[in-house]
Structure formats: C-alpha cells, structure tokens
Ligand binder design. Structure first.
Ligand SMILES: O=C(O)CCC(=O)C(=O)O
Ligand SMILES: [Mn+2]
Length: 213
C-alpha cells in the first residue's frame, strides 16, 4: 500500500517539563517491532490481569526483559517470572532496547537503562484509567512509551488524580518519554475506537520501557 507519510521525518512536541512526544519516531521500525512483540506473545501470551480491587483489566498484557509488571489480588509488582505460568519473561529484543535508549537520549535522559518492557494490547473499548507509574525503585529513570497500530487518546495530567489533563492523540509510531519533574504525572488511555490498521489489525499495542529495580 502506498503510504504518503512514510517519508515524513519525526518531530518533537513538548508536553510538560521533562515530558516529550517524539512524533512518528518509531514508524520505520514499527513492522519489526510488531513482529517482535508478537513473537514475545507467542512465548508468553497476553493476559487480562485482575486489579487489587478485583476487576479484570480491559487491556491485555505481557512483558519482556529481566522483570515484568503484573497485577493480582495482592497488588502490583515487578517479578522475574510470570506468576500465571511460573516461567521467566522472554528476553527484551535488541531492537526494543536500542529504540528505548535512543528515544530516552533524544528526550534528555541519556542515562536510561531499562530492565522491563510491559506490552499492552488494546482491543476496541479497552482503556487504562488515570494512574501513576510508581512501582519502580529509581524514579530518576524515565518512562519510554511506544504506540503501535490503531490510534488512541492519551491523557496526561498532574500529580493528583483530579487535576486537569491534556488529551493528545497518539498514532502509530509515536513515542512519549516522561521523567524528571513529570515522572509521577497521572496518565491514561481513553477507550479505544474500533478500526483496522494495516499492520496491527483491530488492535493498538503499546510498549512501555521502565527501570524496575
Ligand atoms: O498505552 C499507553 O499509551 C500507556 C500505557 C501505560 O501508561 C502503562 O502501561 O502504564
Ligand atoms: Mn502508565
């Protein structure tokens, strides 16, 4: 299929102090990223986790890297194994690691060393309510988030759940990096609208790179 935008160079949009959108930054790598994440999911399938409050999450998740994030009735945690099957998480593909390092550096965080990558899969209607990423030990390390497939509305708020939020559309290949003074900002994803993406079909995928320990 002819893609009129494939030659478009990536550009940066500041979101807040310490938070930047790298528009289209991962577009070139996207086919390989999707292939690699599907390979991870073949080794360790997507699951809908249960929140500590007993709700089934609408987003399906898996992980790769030394540690993986998950949720169950006891709370949120990073573990070396998937509690679902007792197996170690698949290794983080080199392509993932390199992209995360490059994006972090371009956004002003040259010291980023991710040890975990959470892979989210959104089907139509799936959402992530406003939350902070705060289960990581060293909050000086940023979060690097890569959007693939169908577009979604990202909410980026303040330091209390009720603070006003910015709403930004994240499209295929967009990368958001937040750290420093923005590291603990609330953020979320509004319910995904149905669609058909040439590479991802009915889904949106999101990779978040983190330093867990
Ligand atoms: O899907 C996204 O863009 C955000 C994901 C996120 O905030 C998370 O997994 O903690
Ligand atoms: Mn998050």
């Amino acid at each position: 299929m002819l893609d009129l935008f494939s030659e478009e160079a990536p550009w940066q949009e500041p979101l807040a102090e310490g938070a930047t959108i790298l528009r289209r930054r991962a577009r070139e790598e996207a086919p390989a990223l999707i292939e690699a994440l599907l390979a991870v999911a073949q080794q360790n399938p997507f699951h809908h986790r249960i929140t500590p409050g007993g709700h089934r999450m609408s987003v399906a998740m898996t992980n790769c890297g030394d540690f993986g994030w998950s949720s169950d009735s006891r709370g949120y945690q990073y573990t070396e194994q998937d509690a679902e099957n007792g197996r170690k998480w698949p290794p983080m593909p080199l392509l993932f690691r390199q992209l995360a390092l490059d994006c972090a550096r371009e956004a002003g965080f040259p010291q980023f060393t991710p040890d975990a990558c959470l892979i989210n899969r959104y089907a139509p209607g799936a959402k992530l309510t406003l939350h902070q990423d705060k289960d990581e030990r060293d909050l000086r390390q940023p979060i690097v988030s890569v959007s693939l497939g169908l577009p979604a509305v990202f909410q980026f708020g303040g330091f209390a759940r009720g603070d006003a939020t910015q709403r930004v559309l994240l499209e295929h290949g967009d990368v958001v990096v937040w750290g420093g003074p923005s590291r603990l900002r609330y953020h979320g994803i509004l319910p995904l609208k149905p669609g058909d993406h040439p590479l991802a079909g009915a889904f949106r995928y999101n990779l978040t790179f983190r330093r867990a320990f």
